[in-house]
Design a protein around this ligand. Sequence first.
Ligand code: FAD
Ligand code: NA
Length: 391
Amino acid sequence: LDGVDLVVVGAGLYGLTVAQQAAERARARVLVIDVRGHIGGNAYSSMDERTGAEIHRYGAHLFHTSNPRVWDYVNRFTSFTRYTHRVYTTHRGEVYPLPINLGTINQFFHAHYTPRQAKELIAGQAGELAGSDPSNLNDKGVSLIGRPLYEAFIKNYTAKQWDTDPADLPAGIIKRLPVRFDYDNRYFKDTWEGLPVDGYTAWMRRMAADPLIRVQLDTDFFDASQPVNRDAVVGRVPVVYTGPVDRYFDYALGDLKWRTVDFDEVRYPEADHYGCPVMNFADPDTPYTRAIEFKNFNPERRSSQNPGETVVWRESSRAAGRGDEPYYPVNTAADRALYHRYAAKAGEEPGVVFGGRLGTYAYYDMHQVINSALVAYDKRIHPMLTRTDGQ
Ligand code: FAD
Ligand code: NA
């Protein structure tokens, strides 16, 4: 470990942001390790040679933010395309726009409601359970947007997402169900959105380009047979750890629960199968929740894509075991309580900062994880790196 001022565990966006800042602002020599064979964490993507599609290997990733510091920061490493995210859903043989908007409502009710009329209709339908406290997800959904829209577009989709009958799901899973009383079906309301012009991996590589940053792949922080492991490093060199917090403590307090996603690849001998990048499936007779057609994220690359083939990934969700990729924190009250006990232990680890989605048991979008890394760098990591030698 001679010549290493900071060890970063995890080459995802949190780890790379910290490494980049440490090299640039503290002139620290940073060693980034990752157990995987590539950088980028879950935002990693790679080119599919047969179709020319950029496949987001851990699920579709769309960048969006309203945070000027994050937007300026990411633009140092990549430009963004003009991609605007829009999602459609298939229900009983028809395709509707999402999120539920006036177009969805008028198509569903075969009507030409004005915004005011649609608002009155939905308010009336949502009043069905007025005065009762929703005890499960079905009641909550009905109380938010009325039974017809809830049952068509939310109920069975959510059942597939959670692999559970919504009558058995807690009402608290859904806080709100946005309904738009105009025809705007832009998925994100953020100031900026887009996809990295030459792909996610090129973006991440530029974040690690500083010669002070060394990246070592296929390296597990808990493998005691390799030199950069927990027991050899902690207390000797500052560490930023972005792996699972329960794993760090050998699951001593129990396992934090996650959901994972399985991807099933399908290829079609045609230019375009869905006509959009993301098609949801609202009905129970389609076993997967949604299909991602990666070519359609990058229409600006049409001339380099193969017009004779397209690649689609169908997603289905289930509870994660220890060997699965943890994707979404289950986040029940019991999980939160367990996480807080782990967080207390984490606070006592000498010279270790826990960060990122796995290190803090949180669902973060990319812009949020970058922001939290920038803030943690300012407040906790920079002082650690400049403390003794006053650099
Ligand atoms: P990660 O990217 O998970 O990086 C952590 C890294 O730590 C991994 O590379 C892992 O291999 C490594 N690691 C773990 N354990 C060890 C160990 N023992 N030793 C060494 N290395 C280790 N965000 C958006 O903004 N827009 C989206 O559209 C979007 N879609 C998403 C879709 C899905 C299906 C998922 C799961 C997430 C999505 N996100 C999206 C969120 C985005 O993936 C995260 O915000 C971001 O990847 C988090 O970065 P991170 O560095 O915290 O974690
Ligand atoms: Na480098």
